[in-house]
Design a protein around this ligand. Structure first.
Ligand code: NAD
Ligand code: MG
Length: 377
């Protein structure tokens, strides 16, 4: 039995994690749950799963807890995320919160010796080197579908290193739009992802391709790759979840229906595979798989990721912070879609050379980048 704490249990990844755990009560139990503000859903989840700990991280001060939930200890406020990550009983912490808010909790989980199942890519983008230094082999498992795919492709590699990572991307809803039209895309259009159903931030990131930019950085850290070894491949059907190429030219890919339950459960049960209850892929129904080069003119985010990686230090943290600010400003209709990459580029220009040796460097770079990004709106 593995005990799992779910940080961000009311989100898209968190809810799917609960569904797969419910299929395997003989294998997993939930030790803790956190939500930011959705108290009603958190209470419902606590009632069903009976964790020892729970938190509302976006609520400072106390909330009235329903009487029947007296068995669970509730915490409140931002710091509760770290505390729960470190103190929850059990071996695993699923980091499924959105944004850099997950960074300190992931560090706290590692310090307490927990294995981290990472959906929260912004943590690795902002804190790459520091996070990896805290995560020896086997203590950080990817949940992001592309990175899970790469991890799965490497299972049979033996002593062979890959030569290249082929990181697939659906291309998002604006793949076939022209550059000018993309600039004035509406929130509803950006939220209409063609193949995946996800939280709002990652859906907008998929439309701007900042999601793929974050994933290039995530892949660099998880697989110790050089930036030039990571090639983005646009693959609109989202069936090939990524691939690796070896010295002899062999390409090993992982395929399946677009369903996050597969990578979520694989991280939980690794190296074993369990049933997800999801739909299976029918190759005959899929029929055709297509692949395209990404258009860096239309989606400058990709170029920015490589530049930030080359720059090192806090550049990736700055890219992430500026993107978070721009993404939420777009969602609130404060800026047009086309401003997102400009704001990130200008913020990188200003703060890209800050250091990122430790948590306080990263905090400072994150705060300065947010301030600048906001002032540019
Ligand atoms: P979501 O918005 O659906 O859910 C986010 C969860 O985090 C919720 O439980 C919310 O209450 C909580 N939360 C929000 N802000 C918080 C904060 N400041 N502090 C603490 N908790 C907070 O997001 P999601 O789509 O489930 O994505 C979660 C993470 O997983 C993201 O980093 C995303 O990039 C990554 N991811 C998601 C998918 C997907 O299919 N949804 C796929 C790959 C990776
Ligand atoms: Mg992904």
């Amino acid at each position: 039995m593995r005990g799992i704490a779910i940080l961000g249990s009311t989100g898209s990844i968190g809810k799917q994690a609960i569904e797969v755990i419910a299929l395997h009560p003989d294998r997993f139990f939930v030790t803790a749950l956190t939500a930011h503000k959705n108290a009603a859903l958190l209470f419902e989840q606590v009632r069903a799963l009976r964790p020892a700990l729970a938190a509302l991280t976006g609520v400072e001060g106390e909330v009235k807890i329903p009487e029947d939930l007296g068995f669970c200890e509730f915490r409140f406020g931002r710091k509760a995320l770290e505390d729960i990550a470190a103190q929850a009983p059990g071996q695993d912490v699923l980091a499924a919160v959105v944004g850099v808010a997950g960074l300190k909790a992931v560090m706290a989980a590692r310090k307490a010796g927990k294995r981290v199942l990472l959906a929260n890519k912004e943590t690795l983008v902002a804190g790459g080197e520091m996070v990896m230094n805290a995560c020896p082999e086997g203590t950080l498992l990817p949940v992001d579908s592309e990175h899970s795919a790469i991890f799965q492709c490497l299972q049979g590699a033996g002593p062979n290193r890959f030569e290249q990572i082929l990181l697939t991307a659906s291309g998002g809803p604006f793949r076939t739009w022209d550059k000018e039209k993309i600039k004035s895309a509406t929130v509803a259009q950006a939220l209409g992802h063609p193949t995946w159903s996800m939280g709002a931030k990652i859906t907008v990131d998929s439309a701007s391709m900042f999601n793929k930019a974050l994933e290039i950085i995530e892949a660099k850290w998880l697989f110790h790759a050089r930036p030039e070894q990571i090639q983005v491949v646009v693959h609109p059907q989202s069936i090939v979840h990524s691939a690796v190429k070896f010295r002899d030219g062999a390409v090993i890919a992982q395929l399946g229906a677009p369903d996050m339950k597969v990578p979520i459960l694989y991280a939980m049960s690794y190296p074993e595979r369990l049933k997800t209850g999801g739909r299976e892929m029918d190759l005959f129904q899929v029929g055709t798989l297509t692949f395209e080069k990404p258009d860096e003119e239309k989606f400058p985010a990709l170029r920015m990721a490589y530049e930030a990686l080359r720059q090192g230090g806090a550049a990736c943290c700055v890219l992430n912070a500026a993107n978070e600010e721009a993404c939420y400003a777009f969602l609130k209709e404060k800026i047009p879609f086309g401003r997102i990459p400009q704001i990130v580029a200008d913020t990188l220009q200003k703060h890209g050379s800050l250091p990122a040796k430790n948590l306080s460097d990263i905090d400072r770079a994150d705060a300065l980048a947010r301030e600048t990004a906001r002032s540019l709106m």
